[in-house]
Design a protein around this ligand. Structure first.
Ligand code: HEC
Ligand code: HEC
Length: 164
């Protein structure tokens, strides 16, 4: 009987130590979790960021984006000013997000958010649909049928699979 109690209390003590350890881990992890990005995104003003960028490149807005910006892999040959309109309308608005969904503000050239590379891959997919897939379909109404980001996204990051 006494042995049973000793074994039981040892087991309970071990369980308590384990649970306490988990709680301490959680408490240690919690403070750093999301606060910085949330604050950063609350403070972000897209109109102001665009105005500053437009001002900064105003003398070079007609030059190719890859000569004005630092890390243009896809939109080569597009005038720098138009790249900003693509960012504003084609990317932010059609997904219903602001610039911070894909960028760390003021570090526009960095590829540190996975969504930025996803956007490049999506743009390649759109090109393939427009240049290859759609061209194979006969008897469509438009002479030059196209899809773009809005076709699927319609203001949301995750395109719908069903009607509401
Ligand atoms: C859905 C993702 C996405 C959103 C939203 C987005 N961007 Fe971008 N941005 C990209 C991608 C992808 C590139 C790189 C394009 C390429 O490689 O041709 C880029 C490139 C840029 C560059 C060029 C940086 C450099 O020096 O290479 C600037 C400036 C920029 N974006 C500004 C903005 C602004 C301002 C907004 C908000 C109005 C915005 N972006 C919204 C994906 C995004
Ligand atoms: C043929 C439909 C289609 C088109 C066109 C399309 N997308 Fe997407 N996009 C998707 C699907 C499907 C997903 C995956 C959603 C999920 O996670 O389930 C997605 C996801 C994304 C994501 C990740 C969103 C997130 O926050 O997780 C980004 C960024 C994105 N698309 C950008 C773009 C951009 C920019 C364009 C235009 C160049 C574009 N997409 C065009 C279907 C499309």
């Amino acid at each position: 009987m006494i042995r049973y109690f000793i074994t039981a209390s040892v087991l309970i003590t071990l369980a308590l130590v384990f649970v306490a350890g988990q709680l301490i881990d959680l408490a240690a992890a919690a403070p750093g979790l999301q606060t910085p990005t949330i604050q950063n995104e609350r403070a972000f003003n897209q109109e102001q960021a665009l105005a500053e960028l437009r001002k900064k490149i105003s003398e070079q807005k007609d030059r190719p984006a890859e000569e004005v910006f630092k890390n243009i892999q896809l939109h080569k040959g597009v005038p720098a000013g138009r790249l900003l309109s693509i960012m504003q309308m084609g990317y932010s608005k059609s997904l219903g997000v602001d610039c911070t969904h894909c960028h760390v503000v003021d570090q526009w050239e960095k590829d540190d958010k996975p969504t930025k590379q996803i956007a490049r891959d999506m743009a390649l997919m759109v090109r393939a649909i427009n240049n290859e897939q759609l061209k194979k379909i006969k008897n469509l109404k438009s002479e030059n049928p196209v899809v773009n980001c809005t076709t699927c996204h319609r203001g949301q990051t995750k395109p719908a699979l069903n009607l509401p």
